[in-house]
Design a binder for this molecule. Structure first.
Ligand code: BJW
Length: 241
């Protein structure tokens, strides 16, 4: 078994599905019940900020009630074991706005689509922890303006966070694993093609079913993340990776 030195993991909503947080595009998913263009665009927020706040306040409350599952835990244990052994780079890039990876213990983690437990001021850009509801009546503690606080998340048409760091990690990796993502939202959906084009990394898809981009992955494993991810991680760890 190859000993990987630079690992990048990409997670999506499917990794948190068994923690009770809804995915977006599965049957019964958030975007089958709600119109994303009325909730997850800067234009939607300008048009009706209270509607957008209500949606994200509901999501924040669900996240607080949820707990990490076996998939989150196994990724955190794998990262910790590699750090202890000085085994090389390990970066977990999540599209999820929930905090279940950090609550499981992941440390080398980037939230490319933001974090639900933070607010950002649209006027001055200040980012603050946010554990309760947001509303248009709230005032930014930094600039003093009222009505501009928004969830610190990335909406359609906005630039995801940390793209330079992610691009560098993708270009250096020798193992890329995508877990629980439908492969429909760019730029994350294009990561596997970027990695595959360089030809130096093994690529793995772990999902409930084949994603949009499944044919770009060299290895594919299908089933619930709480079972497939611990099994995949255990197989690699037992061979010293
Ligand atoms: C399980 C499971 C279990 C279930 N176990 N698995 C190129 C072409 C076309 C369009 C574009 C393009 N480039 C840009 C665009 C526009 C747009 C886009 O991609 N649109 C597409 C919909 C067509 N992208 C953007 O606007 C992005 N910005 C951007 O591109 O800026 C310019 C730029 C260009 C180039 C480089 C850099 C920048 C921003 C996208 C922001 C996405 N925002 C959201 C909302 C975040 C806040 C919130 O949470 O409300 O992010 S939308 C939503 O989709 C959320 C997710 O992170 C994202 C991805 O969804 P994910 O995680 O894949 O979930 P699902 O539901 O789709 O899939 C779940 C999967 O899990 C399924 O496959 C299940 O089978 C599986 N599963 N249970 C294992 N138990």
């Amino acid at each position: 078994m190859t000993r990987y030195t630079n690992i990048v993991i990409l997670t999506g909503a499917g990794v948190s599905a068994e923690s009770g947080l809804g995915t977006f595009r599965d049957k019964g998913g958030l975007w089958t019940k709600y119109d994303p263009y009325k909730l997850a665009t800067p234009e939607a927020f300008s048009e009706d900020p209270e509607r957008v706040h209500a949606f994200y306040n509901m999501r924040r409350a669900s996240m607080t009630d949820a707990a990490p599952n076996a998939a989150h835990h196994s990724l955190a244990h794998w990262e910790a074991a590699r750090r202890e052994n000085g085994a090389g780079e390990f970066l977990l890039v999540t599209q999820n706005v929930d905090d279940l990876h950090e609550r499981a213990g992941s440390r080398s983690l980037l939230h490319m689509h933001g974090e639900l437990d933070k607010s950002r001021c649209s006027c001055c850009g200040d980012i603050q922890p946010c554990n309760g509801d947001l509303s248009t009546a709230m005032t930014c503690a930094t600039c003093g303006k009222t009505g501009g606080l928004r969830p610190h998340v990335v909406w359609f048409g906005e630039m995801p966070f940390d793209m330079d760091r992610i691009a560098d990690a993708l270009d250096a990796c020798d193992l890329f694993v995508a877990i629980g993502t439908s492969g429909t939202v760019y730029p994350a959906a294009g990561f596997v093609q970027r990695v595959a084009a360089l030809g130096q990394a093994h690529t793995v898809e772990i999902n409930l079913e084949p994603s949009e981009g499944h044919s770009s992955f060299a290895e594919r494993t299908y089933g619930p993340a709480s079972e497939t991810v611990p099994r995949f991680v255990e197989d690699l760890r037992s061979s010293g990776v």
